[in-house]
Write a protein that binds this ligand. Structure first.
Ligand SMILES: C[S@@+](CC[C@H](N)C(=O)[O-])C[C@H]1O[C@@H](n2cnc3c(N)ncnc32)[C@H](O)[C@@H]1O
Length: 129
């Protein structure tokens, strides 16, 4: 399985088993964070741009989670990542991605007042998020 734009890898490192897992993200800090996740030492982390990725390997499953697909903003970037996916997807392989629906304009609620909340953690008490 190949995870494009793995971020902090809260997803990928938890899928260990018989699978070969590869994560790709161009942000310099990500491999260090990802390696520290449980199981993170068994994933191959590649510090690269998904638009230009060339690894000599095909995958049964390619994922872009947490709206990672929406970092590709213009047609050239979308086409470039689509070529990367086509190149690295095995015959009958699957692509899974999620994206926000801009019609809902969720960002309107991403203000400090609307987004702040306090929760009661069983161990740490009151936590402001
Ligand atoms: C919204 S985050 C999603 C992270 C992760 N997949 C998740 O579910 O939490 C988008 C990720 O895409 C990565 N990214 C940005 N540009 C990229 C590119 N050109 N190729 C691959 N990943 C990219 C960012 O570094 C970031 O980690």
């Amino acid at each position: 399985m190949l995870d494009l734009g793995y971020g902090t890898s809260l997803f990928l490192a938890r899928l260990l088993g018989e699978r070969r897992l590869v994560g790709v993200d161009p942000t310099a800090a990500m491999p260090d964070i990802a390696r520290r996740q449980p199981g993170g030492d068994q994933v191959t982390w590649i510090n690269e741009d998904a638009r230009t990725l060339e690894i000599n390997c095909q995958f049964d499953l390619i994922v872009l989670t947490g709206q990672a697909v929406q970092v590709f903003l213009n047609d050239d970037d979308k086409q470039a990542v689509a070529f990367t996916i086509a190149k690295h997807l095995a015959p009958k392989g699957r692509l899974i991605f999620d994206s926000r629906n801009p019609i809902y304009e969720e960002w309107r609620s991403w203000t400090p007042t609307a987004a702040n909340y306090v929760l009661r953690h069983p161990r740490f008490g009151e936590v402001e998020s």
